[in-house]
Design a protein around this ligand. Structure first.
Ligand SMILES: NC(=O)c1ccc[n+]([C@@H]2O[C@H](COP(=O)([O-])OP(=O)(O)OC[C@H]3O[C@@H](n4cnc5c(N)ncnc54)[C@H](O)[C@@H]3O)[C@@H](O)[C@H]2O)c1
Length: 297
């Protein structure tokens, strides 16, 4: 098997790359806009530096490939609010180009990294894949458009809606950093834990190794098609997350409330029944995943 991972130098992509190395040849196409070469240190993957918007490079990257994992994207909701046109270009046009090039190359399947942001503030809980979408940001709109492109592609394409993924090598720095690495870093440094809004907003935090096993299964399982949630099945408030991080790190840092972030979804809780019906199971409850992250960071 030969795997192409777009965005493979990023957080999730680099975990996937290391996992797939033992099962076939892995090529990564990444423009290193948010990904880092150091994430691939010690790996045997071939790295092509460039954009999924470069169709010549895509054709080169896809030569001989059997499976494509399309993870390259602008990944931050606040960044998409600040730069909606750039978000559309990378996430929608980028997906269109990847699907077209994958069709020309005759790959067996494409797996798209989609997002729970598509559910937005639609009130039903838990979120299952047949609920109507309610995208509340340019990022969510772009992922919905990318899923539609997958559904109408001329090659098989599966969309995985990741909930809040966390794990080792996740970047705690910068204005768009995710909650888990940011809170963990603050707790370890004895600094105040930044909580946006009242902290009652809920998320489903899913450990990156569980996401990697879902990606692999979506590429190789003979009967998978359409859209699947990828989550732990447990809903946690940001305040509960902060408290668990204080416990795991034995930190006595205080919590500091900051203004709510633009376009932030209020409540998020996932149904994982559809993916579980294919045999996939999450292996990392929050406390186990956080402990593993502490060991490996
Ligand atoms: N981390 C999460 O909680 C989460 C949740 C839902 C969905 N996702 C999706 O999973 C995927 C991976 O996210 P991540 O958390 O690893 O983020 P990341 O920023 O670490 O990875 C994205 C990668 O894409 C690369 N990239 C961006 N634009 C590119 C382009 N035009 N051409 C080539 N490469 C490009 C970046 O350099 C980076 O390596 C994304 O599609 C994201 O939308 C992530």
């Amino acid at each position: 098997m030969q795997f192409l991972i777009t965005g493979g130098a990023g957080f999730i992509g680099s975990h996937l790359a290391r996992h797939l190395e033992s099962q076939g040849k892995v090529t990564i196409l990444d423009n290193l806009s948010s990904g880092r070469e150091v994430n691939l240190k010690g790996s045997t993957c071939r790295l092509l530096k460039g954009s999924v918007l470069d169709s010549r490079l895509l054709d080169e990257a896809l030569t001989g490939m059997t499976h494509v994992f399309h993870l390259a994207a602008m990944v931050s909701v606040p960044e998409s609010v600040a730069h909606p046109a750039r978000c559309h270009e990378t996430n929608v046009e980028g997906t269109r180009q990847v699907l077209e090039a994958a069709g020309r190359a005759g790959v067996k399947r494409v797996v798209l990294a989609s997002s729970c942001a598509i559910y937005g503030n639609e009130p039903s809980m838990p979120k299952n894949e047949s609920l109507p979408s309610a995208p509340a940001s340019p990022y969510a709109e772009s992922k919905l458009a990318a899923e539609k492109l997958c559904a109408s592609a001329r090659i098989p394409a599966v969309s995985l809606r990741f909930f809040n993924v966390y794990g080792p090598r996740q970047d705690p720095q910068g204005p768009y950093a995710a909650a888990v690495p940011k809170l963990l870093e603050a707790a370890l440094a004895g600094l105040p834990l930044p909580i946006h809004g009242d902290g009652q907003q809920t998320r489903d935090f899913v450990f990156v190794e569980d996401v990697v096993s879902a990606l692999r299964q979506a590429a190789l399982h003979p009967d998978m098609n359409g859209i699947y949630n990828v989550a732990s099945g447990e809903s946690t408030s940001i305040l509960q997350l902060a408290q668990t991080i204080l416990t795991v790190t034995r930190s006595r840092s205080p919590m500091e409330h900051l203004p709510a972030r633009p376009a932030d979804v209020r409540f998020s809780s996932a149904s994982i029944a559809r993916l579980q019906a294919t045999g996939w199971r999450p292996s990392f409850p929050l406390i186990k995943g956080l402990s593993r992250m502490l060991e490996k960071n």
